[in-house]
Write a protein that binds this ligand. Sequence first.
Ligand code: MOS
Length: 735
Amino acid sequence: MSPQPQEAVGAPLSRVDGRLKVTGQAAYAADHGPDAGIDGIVHAVVVTSSVGRGRITAIDTGAAEAQSGVLKVISHRNAPTLPYRPNPGSLNLPGERLHVFQDDQVHFHGQPVAVVVATTLEAAQHAAGLLRVDYDAQQPVTDLTGAPANEPATAYTRGDAEAAFNAAPVRMEMTYRLSRTHHNAMEPHATIARWTGARVTVWEKTQWVQSTRDELAAVFGIPATDVRVISPFVGGAFGNAARCWPHTVIAALAARETGRPVKLVLTRKQLYSGVGFRPAYQYKVRLGSDRDGRLTAMTHDLRAETSRYERFSERGVMSPGQMLYTTPNVSQAHRTVPLDVNTPTPMRGPGYSTAAFPIESAIDELAHELGIDPIELRLRNEPDNDQASGLPFSTRRLRECLNTGAREFGWSRRDPKPSSTRDGDWLIGIGMATAVYDTLRAPAQARVRLNADGTALVESATSDMGPGTYTSMTQIAADALGLEVRAVTFRLGDTIMPPAPVHGGSLTMASIGSTVQDGCDKLRLQAIQLAVEDTKSPLHGAAPDDVVVRDGRLHLKDDPGRGETYRQLLSRNSRTHLEADGVYTPARPQASMYAYGAVFAEVAVDRRLGLVRVRRMLAVYDAGRIISPKLADSQAIGGMVGGISAALLEHTVTDPRDGRIANANLADYLVPVNADVPQLKAIYLDGRDDTADPIGVKGLGEVVLVGVAPAIANAVFHATGRRIRQLPITIDALL
Ligand code: MOS
């Protein structure tokens, strides 16, 4: 088949849904109502535990039930038994998910203990405040330090790291700490649930409609075909809308018990215990190297928090230690530590950004110890193939990322001596780190329909939590169909659409992009076939391979004058539309596939106040083909802002006395504001990775967070000579 001209792909398009979003017309989960055919919505307010561990001894619902407008108060005392069938396919973890209102046990502070349903939100809120819950409280354990761990969730060895470390001319041992952090997306988690007989429809904030459908089916013991999940817009998620959380079950339960459509929106405070978070870590690294900085041994001992009822271990956290640098001897153990907390979950750059802070800090420490430039040290340890899998790299252009970044950032002007550059009272430092994230792909399907008027509709049950799925899929479809962007509509976020994997792990572009391209290619070929077989078509008798489509017109590649439009072709053949199904099934990996990056940061540290300001950042990415440059920049800048946040600001503070989260609001949980964010720049190395997937992409949304925090931490060291082995680097740590 003749390759289609690529005009939409690679163009700096603005979001096709941008106008809907900025004019308030985009309907997020809680926005649905009569316009979506949902009438008579009532409101649910969740009541959460005020103790961190223990047992509910009494619930006095009298005052709440007497409040006018209250329809029902549901707790473990009156909730029906729910089947909670096993459902390992929906990101459920080893252990058992929290069963809502099924017993009197309290596992963490902020656990749902009751829900109040009322005709107005105000009545439900007021009644929730009137509920009296008594507890038999115990002392919760919420701090990772000193708490006993499970057996290693995962372990890895190659060579003999212990012996090699002991024999190494240079040995370093460091322990790094990462604080617990929460996703804090703008849109709170929200659900509207409506039952029609035995079937339920939920309007939901989710990164994976299919997973929510399957989980509700499992919890309520009904067929998945009786559950429909609709989620057209998601106002940020960063991983915490990838699984179905208890509040969704509560909304569905409340709707079933009251026989009314129920809307449930978690409060900002409830978002800190109602959905997951990035777990706190202790990460001990030992490096052995020769005097030239060649790594001979690395050991990694990780301890990460999880809940007592589920074992969450971050996927990918072990990978960088295995494949980022040449090291013949590696040993790793990753232990989870069960605490009286709710279950953690992936958060942007999961695993890889966690591991990047200790590893990229440790490499910087080694470089300083040896007096070798940190970039040079990395280049000396750059592997030829993947030492973990033994596979060749599909594409790995990390050297180019490092060298390009060094050149563009002015690395050569850096005086390697820490604390050597000043600007008045500010100490100036420059640091860098590498970034890596694996290229995931998953089976996906799409449906493509070309209408007789020359417009097209493409559907897949994926999601768009912000990266711009609507736009990038429209671009791919437009080029593959040979249509203008405005003639193509892409729809997502509904379980009645062809199935798609989780919108996470940077797999959406590769997976949905490939299935969209497949469906559109099939449809284009169907139209071309129709034309070349049609005696009335100017293309009759042409070889299908010689035909391309542009702006809705099929024509000979070498003779653009000979052709006709889709509209002419379809109307002459009395066809209202053509349809095709896209299918993408990832090939078994024959190569080691990762996206890479090099991140550079310049900071200024007030030597008297300990205040850190990021002055500029640059990152260079090897992420394969860039489908949508403008959206890629939004991703990269968002990732860098998230990294500034992780490096310097955000952490969840838990009161050890009762497990209460002390800063469960956006005033006390610090995230960067405009004044914290300097000029940020991202560069993408041109190129495709054709081993990875048919459209040559490696994924960008996750790798852009990885490496940012350690680049800043390394810059802080360069500025001050102080090595802070804990995130975030707060003012007090530098005083
Ligand atoms: Mo991403 S943490 O898989 O949404």
